[in-house]
Design a protein around this ligand. Structure first.
Ligand SMILES: *Cc1c(COP(=O)(O)O)cnc(C)c1O
Length: 444
């Protein structure tokens, strides 16, 4: 199939031709249908999200005990929603964005423990596995105080087990830090992009880090294979995991509470636009799935990917999903957005997003650093380059022909003054000072 695309469709499809030339593109999903119609065909539902929320609540006393920085929030790992009016002004002045509504930042960049969006999915999956092991061994009951898991005899129990994952960096950090806190032996298979400070930080937590010269897909494949050989090892499979996805999806209802607190209405007259950087797809897919469950067609979700690694766009726009890669397009998959350096998307996420996702923006690496410096100058908030991909959305939504047609077709043109925009900042707070200085000076 992929070969057929390379030879036939690539020559004729204008979107693919542009992607192949590593040009920035905007894509509106032609397969999206009203959420009420899509909802029942999806393999996961609101019930699954609620189950995940309840599990995180059960673990809250344990998290509080292991990570005192979460005490103020009662062991719930959640980030702030911050209005960024000066960045909004910057987008309008410097990039001609004509953004009419309000602009907010969802600061998963500052989530406790892992400093990235992976603190949602990765940590959730480690906790779910932990609960399963402990329940089936009879050392835990669902109505116990889970804080007891921090006691030494439980650590000894979990030390017999291994958890493994493939990662470009941040997933490994969330799984590694939480896994090590529980007592597991953790092995992280790091792809070539992974920054050395992330590997060092993990090793300091006692995590085994295996380095690959290949890309993310290869690191995952090797990790999966090694884990399969060990009956006491559990593999967190970023390409297929429903648990990771549901961990991310729990963001939605919590966001609802934050919007309500700030008295920001979201309904058909007050649309909400959300822009999320995409790697393999789990984080943005899970968040989008949750948001659509809560807000239905009043929320409009867009992914952002680097021009050299637009794997989700390649998969969704061709319909080939994970049977297609950015290398099939002749792209390198190499990008400064290390968290997004993924060549082949999650097939599971692609199929869930098919009737749900609104669209995609791609972005040049150079612009990641421009938006990063803009955020520092206007709001004094540091974000890692991957996270900054999301600014491509609000920068272009109200000025580009593709998205203007989208707004017209969805009867949104007259409502943009009432709109709220959320840039989902996916990482940054753990980036060491010297690397920040390096980033600040990077010009491509
Ligand atoms: C992992 C990551 C993403 C994207 O998440 P996926 O599940 O890989 O799509 C975005 N931004 C940052 C900083 C990340 O680490």
């Amino acid at each position: 199939m992929a070969i057929k695309y390379r030879t036939e469709k690539l020559k004729t499809d204008p979107l693919l031709r542009k992607m192949q030339a590593a040009e920035e593109v905007i894509w509106i999903n032609p397969d999206r249908i009203p959420f009420a119609g899509a909802k029942d065909s999806l393999e996961l539902s609101m019930k699954d999200i609620e189950d995940a929320e309840a599990r995180l609540l059960r673990f809250a006393p344990f998290i509080m005990k292991c990570f005192p920085e979460t005490e103020a929030q009662g062991g719930i790992i959640e980030s702030a929603l911050t209005e960024i009016p000066d960045m909004r002004a910057r987008l309008n002045e410097k990039y001609g964005s004509h953004l009419q509504g309000r602009l907010f930042l969802k600061q998963d960049s500052h989530l406790a423990i892992a400093g990235s969006v992976k603190a949602r999915g990765g940590i959730y999956e480690v906790l779910k596995h932990t609960e399963e092991l402990a329940l089936s061994a009879g050392i835990l009951k669902e109505n116990d105080d889970y804080a007891k898991l921090a006691q030494p005899q439980y650590r000894d129990f979990f030390a017999r087990y291994t958890i493994q994952a493939g990662s470009t960096g941040n997933l490994g950090m969330s799984i590694g830090i939480m896994g090590a806190a529980i007592g597991y032996h953790v092995i992280i298979h790091m792809s070539a992009e992974a920054r050395s400070w992330k590997k060092k930080l993990l090793r300091n937590h006692g995590v085994s880090v295996i380095e690959y010269r290949e890309d993310y897909g290869e690191a995952v494949k090797n990790g999966r294979r090694q884990s399969e050989r060990d009956p006491l090892s559990y593999f967190v499979d970023d390409e297929n995991s429903r648990d990771l996805f549901l961990g991310y999806a729990t963001a939605a209802k919590r966001l609802t509470g934050q919007l309500r607190e700030k008295q920001i209405p979201v309904d058909m007259e007050h649309p909400l636009f959300v822009y999320i950087p995409c790697g393999v797809g789990g984080a943005p897919g899970g968040i989008t799935f949750g948001l659509k469950q809560v807000f239905g067609d009043a929320v409009h979700c867009f992914f952002a990917e680097p021009v050299q690694a637009p794997c989700m766009l390649a998969g969704m726009s061709t319909g080939l999903n994970n049977a297609f890669s950015v290398q099939d397009l002749g792209l390198t998959g190499l990008t400064h957005a290390d968290g997004l350096a993924v060549g082949r998307p999650s097939g599971f996420v692609g199929s869930v997003m098919k009737p749900v996702l609104d669209g995609e923006f791609t972005i040049d690496d150079g612009k990641l650093y421009d938006y990063m410096r803009d955020m520092l100058e206007t709001e004094n908030i540091f974000l890692e380059p991957s996270a900054c991909a999301a600014f491509q959305g609000p920068a272009r939504l109200e000025v580009r022909p593709e998205t203007c047609s989208y707004l017209e077709e969805n009867d949104l043109m007259g409502k943009m003054k009432n709109a709220s925009h959320i840039v989902w900042a996916t990482g940054g707070s753990l980036v060491p000072e010297e690397i920040r200085e390096e980033y600040k000076k990077t010009v491509i």
